[in-house]
Design a protein around this ligand. Structure first.
Ligand code: SF4
Ligand code: SF4
Length: 143
């Protein structure tokens, strides 16, 4: 299956992927109107410093420990993509603790968690972070 992979040597640390991710989730057509002045809550995060930076997002593991560990049965796999059911999530944050990649983040409401679902929940066609990266530092491919 196709997954999002990171070419950290090409990452500029511009954080555009974070904005594209947040924008895709709004369903709006104009990024400035949708995000200007807003605090964003993207499902991909740029880590690093001035020397090296890289994007962190869910790897949709073949053996997902987040799914195994969820105490509420809120995490499931559909066509290889790991999803969180916000209605079932009780906000225990076990998945945040166990994910070896730091790919699960608290949701802004402090309850359900947020994580990359490969843009299956919006109409982007391909992950918005990949589509918007100006430098090919994130790719969506089968390896
Ligand atoms: S959230 Fe973490 S453990 Fe779960 S599938 Fe994604 S990368 Fe793997
Ligand atoms: S925070 Fe939600 S999704 Fe994560 S382990 Fe707890 S109940 Fe499951």
């Amino acid at each position: 299956m196709k997954r999002v992979y990171v070419n950290e040597e090409w990452c500029l640390g511009c954080h555009l992927c974070e904005y594209n991710c947040a924008f895709a989730a709004t369903g709006e057509r104009d990024m400035a109107k949708a995000l200007k002045g807003m605090e964003i809550h993207p499902k991909i995060q740029i880590e690093g410093d001035n020397r090296i930076s890289f994007a962190v997002s869910c790897r949709h593991c073949d053996d997902p420990i987040c799914m195994k560990s969820c105490i509420a049965g809120a995490i499931s796999r559909r066509d290889g993509v790991i999803h969180v059911d916000k209605d079932k999530c009780v906000g225990c944050f076990t998945c945040i603790l166990v994910c070896p990649y730091g790919a699960v983040l608290p949701a802004p409401d402090g309850h359900a968690v947020r994580k990359c679902e490969l843009c299956t929940d919006n109409a982007c066609g391909e992950p918005a972070c990949v589509a918007g990266c100006p430098n090919g530092a994130i790719v969506f491919e089968e390896r």
